[in-house]
Each structure stands twice: as structure tokens, then as C-alpha cells.
Design a protein around this ligand. Structure first.
Ligand code: ZN
Length: 551
């Protein structure tokens, strides 16, 4: 089969073929139909969504021998020349490679010559934000007094970098990222036209990887076809792009749920051995969990082929929302940490083991927090539990006359008793506190565990926070990671409600990130005396002579 470049073959040649940008094409068509042509247009939006294609279609619509028309013939000399990029009247400039003021001056000089035969002289400047500031200013002068019949069409992926004075002189059109399901629909059409067999999962994978750009999707398609010819399967596509199947992440999550750290590590080593990029591995797992979380929230996701949805829904059902958030926060942290680490494998292993003990960590930290909140010291651990007192083997409590009424009173008092170890994790009581740093510090963990009732992760973040100081109406906290800050911010109102309840007055929380670098990790190298001797021969002879020993 001859090699086809889909991205070129299917480049849109008229308004109708510009895909999924109807909000732009409709307005432009009606402007052309009614002869309201502006001097300058700005097309902004992500790469590969049709900005420069539409600029060329505009040029053809205006300069077609039958134009201005909303349906350029694509046959006349002007149209054909524009399509193949050789029209003397349609000049395409790449802002990325022509950024100097000289280039714009040359352009200004050239503007003195009128359009040769054609109706308009059209300048298409791609990636216009890349022009230097001086070039921008030169361009601005041209835009202030544009020569008759000259039209500028600027395209940019970063409109915020274009000078406001330029933008204000342009008609601006924002192109949209193309949704995954829309790209899939387009790929399906193309496959049919080209006689290519491709499964849904492959199309979804390519569409997701293209990240909203149809041109990228078509280039990825081209790559796939060059490897697999007309019959494309998901296994091949994954191999070509080095993608880890969602099934793998699904399995990881099931092993985390089952606390199966042994198989988790074995599976992880398989991934390592395949030479998978670790950043990508974690990044993809985060992407996977994003869909899991959305499905947990009941949000319909169009990025995933319906066949694959069970891989996400199953996991969504077996984890709580907070646990998912916690796992994601651990992944994000690890993703950052492995960049600086010289042993990223170890960090990922440690994280996975930690995740496989998720319930345990939560339960222990909650138990400790609830114990501390009541002033219960570890030494009291040996003391009998309320309600199971050794001196009331019959179940009759102190002062209890065994009357039903007394029983009730006793029950209600145990409900407020210092130590509770119930499975329902009732809210630990904190007495009303006076507003002081001491009181706050002493009851820190109790507060944290109360915050955990609204959000486990926020509670953990609070627990790890450091109190900088306390004023009459605010507490200032220092946090180690941006993730921790985010977790607290998301629940700030409710946390402040808790504080108000405890301190009897409104209290704001201010959060700041711990400045400077994370504590330097010192590699503890245990040197033996032989190492030292090898390193330094003089030292070696000294050691030998004195029979020195390493302390
Ligand atoms: Zn034409």
C-alpha cells in the first residue's frame, strides 16, 4: 500500500471541511457573503485545530476568480496557487523563524506594491506571538494605517503573548480544542474512506494522545499505518507509542485495594524492565485515576471508548473519593520527587507499598489522633477500656444501680467518654478551647482528626502543617507541599467552621508553602576502613602503622 500522508491529504479545502470549529466558520462565511471584510484577523487556539487551514480558505474565498465567495472553486489559478502555497498574493510568514524587525520592514516595503492581479494581498503570519517586540511595533504601524486591499491573518497558540495593541486592531476568533469523541468520529470516517481496519480502542487512544488537535491525530494515524498497514489493532498501537494499557492500572488499583504489596512490586518490576519512562508511567496513572474519579462523581466521560469503561468503573466502586484523592496526591508528589532523585525506582516502590497499606495508615493515624485528642497517653494503653472495666465484670458500671434509667445515663456518659474505639469513627470530642498557641498545639491532632471527618486528606495535610503563629483572628500555617496546601484550600470554609466551633470565635487560616528546598537528603555512606585506605595511600600507611580504628 502506498504511503499516504493523511494530514495533508485531508487538509480542509473549504469552510465545510474545517472540523468542529463551526462557531468560527459560520461568522466568517457570513462576513464574506455580506462583504464585511476586516483588515486584520487573529486566529487563536491550540495547535493543529485548523487555524492556518482556515486562513488559506479565507484567502481563497477572497481571491478566487469567482470570489469573494464562501465556496472557493479550488480550481482556478488563484485557488490552486494558494492551495500549493505559491500564490504571489498570499504570503505565509512563520513568526517562529522570522522574528526580527528587519523581516517586518521588508514586509512593509513589499506592501507598497499592490496585489498583482488578485483582489487582495493577504499576509498569513503563523505563531505571531513569536515576533520580537520591535517587529511587533513595526507591524503595529502597518496595522494603524493598513494599505487598501491588504489583509492580515495572524495565527497563534499563545494569544496572551500578543501585544494588546495588536489584538485590539484585529477581529479575534478563538478556535477550540477538538473533543476526543469528535476526533474519533473523524478517524472513523477516514478509516472507512481509506479502507483501513482499526478498532475503537486504538482510535480513542490516538485521539487522546492528540490532545485536541486533529492534525496531530492524523499524523499519529500516519505513523500507525506505516507500521501496521491496513489492519490496526490496539496491541500494535500501544507498542508503537509505548503506552501502558489501562488494564495495567486497573490491576494496580485492585492490588492496592487487596493490600497485595508483593504482586504490586512484581508487576512494577515488569514495568521497569520494559524500560518504561517513569514520569510517563505515573502521568498515565494519574490520567487513569482522573477518569476513575470523574466516573465516581457520575460525570459522563467521552474520552474513553465504551468498551473500556468497566476498567474505570470497577475501580471507582472499590475506592472512596477521598482515598482516590489521596492516591493521586501521592502520585503527584512522587512524580515531582523522582525528577530530583537518583533512585526513582525506590521512590515509586515505596509509594506503591504505602498505597497498598492505605487503610492501615488511615486507621492508625485516626486512632492515634483520637487517643491524643482525649489526653490519653500511651501509658494508659494498659488501662482497662471503659465499659470493659476489670472491676465490673458483670457489666455493672460504677455507681450503677443496674436500673434501666441508670443504664441509659451510663451509656450517654460513655458516648462522651475519653476513649472510644468504635468502628463507626464517631467525631472525637474536643472541649471548647481558649484561643492560645499552647491550647492549639496541644489539641492539634484532635483538630486534625476532626478535619478528617470532612476530608481524610485535608486532615492529614493539617496534621503535617506547622503552626507559625496565631493572632486574634487568624492562624498562619506553613505546609511542606503544594499538594497539602491544595487539600486544605479545598476544604477551607468547613475547616474554619470547625475552628469557630472549637474556639468560639471566627478564625481565618492563612497558608504558606515552606520556603527553600526540601531538606537536603544526605546520602549516608558507611565507609569501611578498607575504603579509606583505598582512597588515600598515605592514610593507609598511617592506619597500618598506628592500627587506627574507625569510630
Ligand atoms: Zn477559485
Amino acid at each position: 500500500m502506498s504511503y499516504i500522508v493523511l494530514a495533508r491529504k485531508y487538509r480542509p479545502q473549504n469552510f465545510a471541511e474545517v472540523y468542529a470549529q463551526d462557531h468560527v466558520t459560520k461568522i466568517l462565511q457570513s462576513a464574506i457573503a455580506s462583504g464585511r471584510i476586516a483588515h486584520a484577523y487573529l486566529f487563536s487556539g491550540p495547535r493543529g485545530v485548523g487555524k492556518t487551514s482556515l486562513a488559506r480558505i479565507m484567502a481563497k474565498s477572497l481571491n478566487c476568480e469567482q470570489g469573494p465567495t464562501t465556496q472557493p472553486c479550488n480550481k482556478c489559478t488563484n485557488c490552486v496557487e494558494i492551495t500549493s502555497g505559491v500564490s504571489p498574493d498570499v504570503i505565509e510568514i512563520d513568526g517562529a523563524s522570522n522574528t526580527g524587525v528587519d523581516d517586518i520592514r521588508e514586509l512593509q516595503r513589499e506592501l507598497l506594491y499592490a496585489a498583482s492581479g488578485a483582489k487582495y494581498k493577504i499576509y498569513i503570519i503563523d505563531e505571531v506571538h513569536m515576533l520580537s517586540k520591535n517587529a511587533f511595533n513595526a507591524l503595529l504601524k502597518t496595522l494603524e494605517e493598513p494599505p487598501e486591499n491588504v489583509i492580515f491573518i495572524f495565527a497563534t497558540t499563545e494569544p496572551h503573548k500578543v501585544l494588546p495593541t495588536i489584538i485590539s486592531r484585529c477581529q479575534r476568533y478563538d478556535f477550540k480544542r477538538i473533543p476526543v469523541d469528535a476526533i474519533v468520529a473523524r478517524l472513523r470516517d477516514l478509516c472507512e474512506q481509506e479502507g483501513i481496519k482499526m478498532d475503537d480502542e486504538s482510535m480513542y487512544l490516538i485521539a487522546r494522545k492528540a490532545d485536541g488537535g486533529l492534525r496531530d491525530a492524523l499524523s499519529l494515524m500516519d505513523q500507525t499505518i506505516s507500521y501496521c498497514a491496513e489492519d490496526i489493532s490496539i496491541e500494535q498501537v500501544r507498542q508503537i507509542f509505548g503506552m501502558i494499557p489501562n488494564q495495567v492500572y486497573h490491576d494496580f488499583m485492585q492490588m492496592i485495594k487487596a493490600h497485595d504489596s508483593q504482586n504490586l512490586i512484581i508487576e512494577l518490576h515488569n514495568i521497569f524492565e520494559e524500560g518504561t519512562d517513569l514520569q510517563e508511567f505515573i502521568g498515565n496513572m494519574l490520567e487513569y485515576l482522573r477518569v476513575v474519579l470523574l466516573s465516581k462523581l457520575g460525570i459522563k466521560i467521552k474520552d474513553i471508548s465504551p468498551d473500556e469503561m468497566p476498567l474505570f468503573e470497577e475501580v471507582a466502586q472499590s475506592f472512596s473519593q477521598n482515598d482516590l484523592l489521596y492516591i493521586m496526591s501521592q502520585l503527584m508528589q512522587t512524580k515531582t520527587d523522582i525528577r530530583l532523585s537518583n533512585n526513582p525506582y525506590l521512590l515509586i516502590e515505596a509509594m506503591m507499598i504505602k498505597l497498598s497499606r492505605l487503610d492501615e495508615i488511615n486507621e492508625i493515624s485516626e486512632l492515634i489522633a483520637s487517643l491524643k485528642s482525649t489526653g490519653f497517653s500511651p501509658g494508659m494503653m494498659a488501662a482497662p477500656m471503659p465499659g470493659k472495666s476489670a472491676d465490673t465484670p458483670t457489666g455493672i458500671r460504677h455507681g450503677d444501680k443496674a436500673s434501666p434509667l441508670a443504664d441509659k445515663a451510663a451509656d450517654s456518659s460513655t458516648a462522651k467518654a475519653p476513649l472510644r474505639h468504635s468502628k463507626t469513627h464517631e467525631q472525637p470530642e474536643i472541649k471548647k478551647l481558649e484561643l492560645s498557641e499552647d491550647a492549639l498545639r496541644q489539641n492539634w491532632d484532635a483538630l486534625a482528626s476532626r478535619i478528617k471527618k470532612i476530608s481524610k486528606v485535608a486532615g492529614l495535610a493539617f496534621q503535617n502543617a506547622e503552626l507559625i503563629n496565631l493572632s486574634a483572628n487568624a492562624m498562619n500555617l506553613k505546609l511542606k507541599t503544594q499538594t497539602d496546601i491544595g487539600m486544605l484550600k479545598n476544604n477551607l470554609e468547613r475547616i474554619e467552621e470547625i475552628l469557630e466551633d472549637v474556639f468560639g470565635q471566627p478564625l481565618h487560616i492563612n497558608l504558606e508553602l515552606e520556603q527553600g528546598e526540601a531538606p537536603t537528603k544526605v546520602d549516608i555512606v558507611r565507609k569501611t576502613i578498607d575504603d579509606l585506605k583505598k582512597e588515600n595511600p598515605e592514610l593507609a600507611s598511617f592506619i597500618d602503622e598506628t592500627e587506627a580504628r574507625l569510630v
